[in-house]
Design a protein around this ligand. Structure first.
Ligand code: FMN
Length: 329
């Protein structure tokens, strides 16, 4: 099973009715690997609700990714922005060794988004030899929990899964349901102060408790799929459950942000490695740029899109369908 550090576990089933005629049932039980990392515990809570129905049904191995140098939380302001270039350029942190061993029938890969990219630890996992070995030839379900901009990150994760030889079968997304402009204030305040709510009468930052509790429906659907060997047949296992809903208004903002972050990443890296003094002025400039973007460009883009909606409707609808695949709304 696993070696190394907690919290990984494996659970054996006692459920009747799925037992082979004879022999040790644990030897024929399906094996599911769950990989995740969480700073505030938000994604960990979602994962724990989602996999709860699998306990007792499969052999479940949980792998919590541990960066060798821990990320701070709450984040100091400049450290937060200094993380952008390495996140965007997929230059991930070193991880403590991953202990999961053997082959799995299904891999659940849960991650958060950092600067429109997968967070450093999940990129590190997918680019590592160990991560590639675990994903190769396996059905993979991704689970995302972020503010609300995940499209570009998922395109990257799709590519990394494909490069590792895995097969993405489903994608489940949890986002902050508050209005975008509110989350652009509450999320950074949460990450920089550690406090989720109470800012200027705005709704608390993060995923609503009801949405987290609702993650169980995906676990139940996975149990049904595994019982029917459907993890082997190439089709989504979580369709029709509201797994991924795309807000078409954010598609353009993501595209513009991705381009800008790519350019800024290269500029900031001219100043050296993360934390180096030469990088600092460039990180400050990026920070000011981002604030200006949020104050000026995001509201302008939302307004422009509202005015142009009739002209853009067709294109946005097809993009929405593309990004909501494979599991759908
Ligand atoms: C450095 C950093 C950058 C982030 N960038 C984004 C982003 O581009 N889009 C987004 O929707 N959320 C973003 N978030 C929010 C995270 O995706 C996530 O919701 C939050 O960090 C809580 O996750 P966790 O406590 O489970 O780690 C960012 C968070 C951090 C720490």
């Amino acid at each position: 099973m696993t070696s190394g550090s907690p919290p990984r576990y494996s659970l054996s089933t006692k459920r009747e009715g799925w037992r082979p005629a004879d022999g040790d049932r644990s030897q024929t039980m399906k094996r599911v690997l769950v990989v995740h990392f969480s700073q505030t515990g938000q994604l960990a809570r979602i994962v724990s609700r989602l996999i709860a129905p699998l306990a007792g049904e499969v052999e479940l191995v949980e792998e919590v990714l541990r960066p060798r140098a821990a990320y701070p939380f709450p984040w100091p302001l400049l450290r937060f922005f200094d993380t952008m270039p390495e996140s965007v350029l997929l230059d991930p942190p070193a991880l403590e060794p991953v202990g999961a061993e053997g082959n799995f029938d299904l891999v659940i890969l849960a991650y958060q988004v950092w600067f429109l990219s997968p967070s450093g630890p999940i990129t590190a996992f997918l680019k590592s030899d160990e991560g590639k070995r675990l994903v190769r030839g396996r059905a993979v379900v991704t689970v995302i929990a972020c503010r609300n901009m995940w499209l570009n990150a998922q395109e990257t994760v799709k590519r990394l899964i494909q490069e590792a030889g895995g097969e993405l079968r489903d994608n489940v997304v949890f986002t902050d349901r508050a209005p975008t402009l509110a989350t652009l204030i509450t999320t950074p305040l949460w990450l920089l102060t550690g406090k989720r709510g109470g800012f200027f009468g705005l709704p608390p930052a993060g995923i609503a408790d009801a949405d987290i509790a609702g993650a169980e429906r995906f676990g139940h659907a996975l149990v049904q799929a595994l019982r029917g060997d459907r993890e082997r047949n190439g089709a989504p296992m979580l369709a029709g459950l509201g797994a991924a809903r795309v807000d078409p208004r954010l598609i353009f903002s993501e595209r513009a942000g991705k381009r800008a972050f790519g350019a800024w990443s290269r500029i900031i890296r001219l100043g050296g490695a993360p934390g180096s003094w030469l990088r600092l002025p460039l990180v400050v400039l990026f920070c000011l740029y981002l604030v200006a973007m949020i104050l000026a460009v995001v509201p302008a883009s939302l307004l422009l899109q509202r005015l142009l909606r009739p002209l853009l409707a067709r294109r946005l609808e097809s993009q929405k369908t593309y990004f909501e695949a494979p599991s759908g709304p």
